[in-house]
Ligand binder design. Structure first.
Ligand code: 3HC
Length: 318
């Protein structure tokens, strides 16, 4: 396929048709190949926000590294958090193939022009939260990212394949931690149930608004960036997670929960969408703290970026 520079403003209908045929044939689109500007824009939006989420998602768990109950749990948590930082780097690197430098992407985040996942704006109050995050948050991420591994954009798909392998470890270690607490003292069981109560709904919110209220889903699915809808993915997560909770004695914090034998799916209460939109508008419990920490770390790391750039430019001249 000849490589074509980015077309000028007006899209070329013939190129668009050829592009859509490639998608229908299940082909992967690579960085230097022609793509509609909206395809590029949607991917840059989604992938950069995914990268922001991975990096900011390190904060809630990092609070508990020094307070892990054993050396083994500390090592596991350290490994997981380091993985998340690496996921962020893969995703910034993949996003940059679309033509926007990560410095600009991070500026958009700091200026409130870009989002990160709502779920990371909730506090981690005790050790059980670390289990709930690994089991529920990474469990939700696996459902979403397994779908994204089939996305039409080559670099994003390949990043997802790599990331999903590590998510499996994240999810298992979280569930293992919850099992240990549910086999523990009454107080530990109460802590685990309290964490379940606080993280269940924010995990369901990770999949975004209902399909009918999702402003991006139609275009994302037209371009085979997203292959399943927010509600379908959320339902998959609900159906696989509830049996895991029940088997270790945890209760789902939803009085209306019921299993529909005809559909084979669980039916839940509706999500508190006021809470969801409040959080993504910056009014969640930890939004300010997360952004403050991210900006501070970015400023304190300026000298590292400058040193790396100086080294790179010196070696380019040689
Ligand atoms: N948190 C923050 N913003 C959200 C959101 C959430 N949970 N769900 C939706 N939104 C935002 C969207 O970004 C969009 O705003 P924008 O147009 O300004 O970007 C708006 O709400 C409307 O939502 P849509 O449904 O139209 O948006 P999408 O179709 O893009 O769906 C998404 C949202 C499901 C997050 C989708 O973008 C996606 O799958 N992104 C890639 C995966 C990702 O980013 N996951 C975040 C978690 S990372 C993680 O879990 C790391 C793991 O290691 C723990």
């Amino acid at each position: 396929m000849e490589t074509l520079e980015k077309k000028s403003v007006a899209e070329d209908p013939i190129l668009e048709e050829a592009f859509m045929t490639r998608l229908l044939n299940g082909e992967k689109i690579e960085p230097k190949e022609w793509m509609p500007e909206n395809y590029r824009k949607q991917l840059t939006r989604m992938m950069s926000q995914h990268a922001h989420s991975e990096v900011i998602g390190m904060q809630p768990e990092a609070n508990w590294i020094t307070r892990a109950p054993s050396l083994l749990r500390k090592v596991i948590l350290l490994a997981k958090i380091q993985d998340e930082g690496g996921h962020g780097l893969y995703l910034y690197g993949s996003t940059e193939t679309l033509g926007t430098d990560r410095s600009e992407l991070i500026e958009q985040l700091h200026e409130g022009k870009a989002k990160y996942s709502s779920v990371f704006n909730y506090p981690t109050l005790n050790w059980a939260d670390i289990g709930a995050i690994g089991w529920l948050v990474d469990g939700a991420a696996i459902v979403n990212q397994t779908m994204l591994a089939k996305t039409s954009y080559g670099p994003y798909s390949r990043a997802m394949l790599r990331i999903c392998k590590e998510e499996g470890f994240h999810n298992r270690q979280g569930y293992d931690l919850m099992i240990a607490m549910m086999r523990g003292t009454k107080e530990q069981q109460e802590m685990a149930q309290d964490a379940m109560n606080r993280w269940w709904w924010p995990a369901l919110m990770m999949f975004g608004p209902h399909d009918k209220n999702s402003s991006n889903t139609i275009e994302l699915m037209k371009y085979r960036i997203k292959l399943e809808s927010n509600d379908d993915l959320r339902q998959q997560f609900i159906d696989r997670t509830i049996p895991q909770a029940e088997i270790i004695g945890l209760t789902i914090p939803d009085p209306n929960l019921k299993f529909n034998k005809e559909t084979g799916h669980y039916e839940t209460s509706d999500i508190n969408w006021d809470e969801f939109f409040n959080v993504i508008r910056g009014k969640g419990p930890c939004n300010k703290q997360r952004m403050h920490n991210h900006i501070q770390a970015h400023e304190e790391g300026k000298w590292v970026r400058e040193a790396a750039e100086a080294y790179a430019s010196k070696h380019k001249q040689l």
